[in-house]
Design a protein around this ligand. Sequence first.
Ligand code: AVI
Length: 313
Amino acid sequence: MPATKADWDADFLKDVLDGLGRTVKALPAKYFYDERGSKLFDRICELDEYYPTRTETAILSRHAGDIAERLDRGMTLVELGSGSSVKVRLLLDVLDEPAAYVPVDISGEHLEASAARLAADYPDLTVKPIHADYNRPFPLSVKGGPERALAFFPGSTIGNFSPDEAKAFLARLGRQLGVGGRLLIGVDLKKDKARLEAAYNDASGVTAAFNLNLLERINRELDGTFDLSSFAHRAFYNDQLGRIEMHLESLRPQTITVAGVPFRFQEGETIHTEVSHKYAVAEFADLAREAHWDLEETWTDAEDLFSVHLLTA
Ligand code: AVI
C-alpha cells in the first residue's frame, strides 16, 4: 500500500500513463473516488434510476435481525470501501455488542469524516478507520479470532471486478480473515437491459459528471489537458459479458497530454472507465464456492433486483 501522498500520486500517474498508452484505452475505476467523486457517488445512490442502493438497504433493514442471529456476540465489522458508512448502521443497530468497526477506504478525507460521524453516533463502539486500497493487503487484527470477523462488502462493488478478479479478491479475503470468518456481500442481479442501462444513464446527468470527474482529477492532479466538453459519458449493458460498461468517448480527433506525455484520440475512440458485472444468484454462488467460501444464506427483494449473501470462509 502506498505510504505517503506522494506515493499515491505516483501510483495514480503510473496507472493513468499505462491505461492511456494501451491500444484500447482504459483507466482503473478506483480513481473515481476523490473527494468530489465520492460526493457524486453519494448522489448517484439517491437517484430514482439507481435502484441498487435503496433495494439493498431495504433487504438489509428487513433481514437485519436474521443476519444478527447468525453472528456471535463481539463481532469486528470490517467494511471494505466504506464510503459514507451509511448502510453499516443497519447492522451496528442489531449486532450483539460489536467489538469494533473497521472502515477501510481509499478516499482519506471522506473516510476520516465518515468515521468521526459514526463514532459520535455510536459512543460505545471502537472505530478504527484504515486508509487503504482494500485490493491490496492491509493490516487487520480481530479480537477473538476469525469467527469474530465479519467483512461487509455492500453495494455490488464486487461487480466492478472482472469475474476472475472477483474470485481472486474473495479468495484473498478469505485467507486474510481466516477459516470461520464471515462475509456479508451485496450483489446486483441480472435483469431487464433497459432497467440496467437507465441506472447508469440518469436523466439529471449525475453519472455523467461522476465519469467525467475522472478527467478533471487527472487535469488537476497530474497536469492533464483534457477538454471536458470534448468527451461524453457512455454507458451500456454488454449482454455477452453480463456487465454494464462505462466509457468516455472522444467527440473529435484530439491529442491531450498528461504530465507532458501526449495521447492521441480518434473521433469516437473511448476510454473504458468501469465495468459493473451483474450475476444471477446461482452464478454468484458458484463464483464464491470457487473462491472457497460456503454460502450460508441469500436474501433478495420481491422484484429480484438485488441480492445479499452471507458466506463463511
Ligand atoms: C460502486 N459501484 C458498485 C457502482 C456500480 O454500480 O457499479 C459504481 C457506479 N458507477 C456508476 N454508477 C455507479
